[in-house]
Design a protein around this ligand. Structure first.
Ligand SMILES: CC(=O)SCCNC(=O)CCNC(=O)[C@H](O)C(C)(C)COP(=O)(O)OP(=O)(O)OC[C@H]1O[C@@H](n2cnc3c(N)ncnc32)[C@H](O)[C@@H]1OP(=O)(O)O
Length: 159
């Protein structure tokens, strides 16, 4: 894709809602982390598909932090957005909340994923640039540059 194509963060922002059912719970009555990671991966993939208009694959999951537990019957709200783009890769932040009955949301997880857009032959393909409209988006972009550099160093150093 021509790199001169640009998209806004809001063009691909994606949200998902779940109510925690018995099949989402682990052996001691809390949300099973693996189930949440699956939902996070799906939200991130949809964000990246919407940004790139291509199929995407997850290259890495970076800095996934479980901050609080969630329990059965909770409303779970996931929100994903692009934070940084390279040539063929997109960094997507997915934040997960428990939404209380009064509408107040408490963050329970934050994760950064890198997804790569693929062409019809499964080769990485260029993605649109990102239009940064808010201070929060600009700060995330700057942090995304640092995270990308750290990931590169880790890959090169194999640590
Ligand atoms: C939605 C899902 O769950 S998919 C299932 C799980 N995921 C997979 O099966 C992916 C398996 N991995 C792959 O297919 C390949 O490693 C790919 C497509 C991710 C990358 O292929 P490569 O041959 O390394 O491609 P290449 O070296 O050109 O890198 C492409 C981009 O990916 C980035 N990249 C590659 N590996 C990583 C990594 N481990 N972490 C972060 N970014 C990475 C590169 O920095 C580059 O970004 P840029 O174009 O923005 O500069």
């Amino acid at each position: 894709m021509d790199k001169l194509v640009y998209k806004k963060v809001s063009d691909s922002k994606t949200e998902q809602i779940q109510i925690l059912m018995p099949e989402h719970i682990n052996g001691f009555n809390r949300l099973f982390g693996g189930k949440l990671m699956e939902w996070i991966d799906v939200v991130a993939a949809v964000v990246a598909r919407r940004h790139s208009n291509h199929n995407v694959t997850t290259a890495s999951v970076d800095n996934l932090q479980f901050k609080s537990a969630a329990y059965i019957n909770s409303t779970i709200f996931l929100s994903g957005q692009v934070t940084y783009v390279g040539k063929t890769s997109m960094e997507v932040r997915v934040t997960t909340y428990v939404e209380n009955l009064n509408g107040i949301r408490q963050m329970i997880n934050r994760a950064y994923l890198v997804l790569v857009a693929l062409d019809d032959n499964d080769n990485p393909v260029h993605v649109p640039g990102l239009v940064l409209e808010t201070d929060e988006e600009r700060l995330e972009w700057e942090a995304g540059e640092k995270r990308r550099e750290l990931r590169k160093q880790r890959r090169l150093g194999a640590y």
